[in-house]
Ligand binder design. Structure first.
Ligand SMILES: C[S@@+](CC[C@H](N)C(=O)[O-])C[C@H]1O[C@@H](n2cnc3c(N)ncnc32)[C@H](O)[C@@H]1O
Length: 261
């Protein structure tokens, strides 16, 4: 329902380029190191101490592309399901995983079509996808439904600010050309408060948010305090019957910035 046909067509056309580290997906490869470190810290600090380490963790990556995050998580032993509305991305993901000797449950389709309504995961990922859908609220609600009690949802996206227009669209697509033109539409960028409201309505609690900076000339990424361009946000579903005290933390903060730098 939230899928935008033109977006899915565009990603289908890019399907052969996903694993080219110097191609149009280069920024995703560059930020992957930070994203993975963040997820591992979050798993360690929020899930592992309640008996759910990475090994065997049920992970759902919605809008997984060709599996840039699915693969490293599977390598760490997680049971990964990756879904994407662009069928050619899933074909590319499957082919690449086979070449790497990895078992990942890849499915083509939007979440409502690709998932059974009763499927639950310890960690649900929405990485660089909410800025490509029509109805963020419905999309987030659909994803949140699959977060198990005590589980987490992590989203990464771009804030809708003048700064993101200057850097993520003018800078990235027209000046430095690190992304193909038309990759992003500013009006689809998602304000942190919108993401928080959508997750809250879906029964999740915000536990962390942090900014990420991408330097186009150097092709380097780092954590920053500023969340007005790229940012990641983590949300937790309370354990059934225990309330927020059982979210795995004594305080509403995620992994330390220092640990994942
Ligand atoms: C920018 S890519 C991000 C890929 C991956 N999450 C990553 O960060 O490496 C966005 C992906 O979301 C997928 N997508 C867009 N709308 C979707 C929808 N409604 N349901 C599922 N996947 C969608 C696209 O096909 C594309 O592969």
């Amino acid at each position: 329902m939230s899928a935008v046909v033109s977006e899915i067509d565009r990603f289908n056309r890019l399907s052969a380029t996903w694993w080219d580290r110097r191609g149009p997906m280069r920024p995703l490869h560059v930020i992957n190191r930070l994203r993975l470190a963040y997820l591992l810290e979050l798993i360690e600090s929020r899930l592992a101490r309640r008996g759910r380490p990475v090994h065997g963790l049920r992970v759902l990556d919605i809008g997984c592309g060709a599996g840039l995050l699915c693969e490293p998580l599977a390598r760490f032993g997680a049971a990964v399901t990756g879904i994407d509305a662009a069928e050619k991305n899933i074909a590319a993901a499957r082919a690449h995983a086979i070449g790497e000797g990895l078992r990942i449950d890849y499915r083509a389709g939007a979440p409502a079509a690709a998932l059974r309504s009763d499927e639950r995961f310890d960690l649900v990922l929405l990485l660089e996808v909410v800025e490509h859908v029509d109805d963020v609220e419905a999309f987030v609600a659909g994803a949140a439904r699959h977060v198990a009690p005590g589980g987490l949802l992590v989203a990464s996206t771009i804030d809708r600010t003048w700064k993101s227009f200057a850097l993520a669209i003018v800078g990235a697509e027209f000046v430095f050309r690190v992304l193909p033109r038309g990759t992003h539409q500013w009006r689809r960028f998602v304000r942190p408060a919108e993401l928080e409201a959508a997750t809250q309505r879906a029964g999740l609690r915000s536990i962390d948010r942090r900014g990420m900076r991408y330097l186009p000339v150097l092709h380097r990424a780092s954590w920053v305090r500023d969340t007005s361009v790229n940012y990641l946000a983590a949300f937790a579903r309370p354990q059934q019957g225990h309330g927020s005290a059982d979210l795995g933390g004594d305080e509403p903060s995620g992994p330390s910035n220092e640990a994942v730098r």
